[in-house]
Design a protein. Structure first.
Length: 150
């Protein structure tokens, strides 16, 4: 049913669960998985006085490399065909959701799997929702995996 599954990871528990789900689906469908990590150039720490933004981006890139290396190990152990991609700068500055959707569309993903924190109310308004943005922009269906009940 699915041939190309894109998994968006951010290093959090929800994205780890999303990778678990993507692996189950990929194994059942013999699908290929592409795991992406977007370096967040809109981090609130970018504007903090005294922090070097270049160094911060380097640290975020290193964190992304680590997340992708762990994902490669898990996918290889599960015998899932895979690739990983560090998106070092959002394709649309400050818009991680559009970057994920654009990558999924360009790669020809027929399923996107990603974690969601299940935030509600003011927390969702203040923090935004990458998942909601991907749902709005992606051509493929999106499977959202929660870390907590709705």
């Amino acid at each position: 049913m699915y041939h190309r599954i894109l998994v968006a990871m951010d290093g959090g528990a929800a994205s780890e669960l999303a990778l678990d789900q993507a692996m189950v689906i990929a194994q059942a469908c013999e699908a290929e998985v592409e795991v992406v990590y977007v370096v967040d150039d809109r981090s609130p720490f970018m504007d903090v006085t005294g922090l070097d933004p270049v160094r911060l981006v380097e640290d975020l890139t290193t964190a992304g490399d680590s997340v992708l290396a762990a994902a490669r190990g898990r996918l290889a152990a599960g015998h899932v065909r895979h690739a990983t991609r560090l998106l070092g700068k959002p394709m649309v500055q400050g818009d991680i959701a559009m970057t994920i959707a654009t990558e999924a569309n360009a790669w020809g993903a027929d399923l996107i799997v990603m974690g969601t924190h299940g935030r509600q109310g003011v927390r969702r308004l203040v923090m935004g929702s990458v998942a909601r943005g991907v749902l709005a922009e992606a051509l493929a269906p999106v499977l959202l995996v929660r870390t907590q009940p709705a």
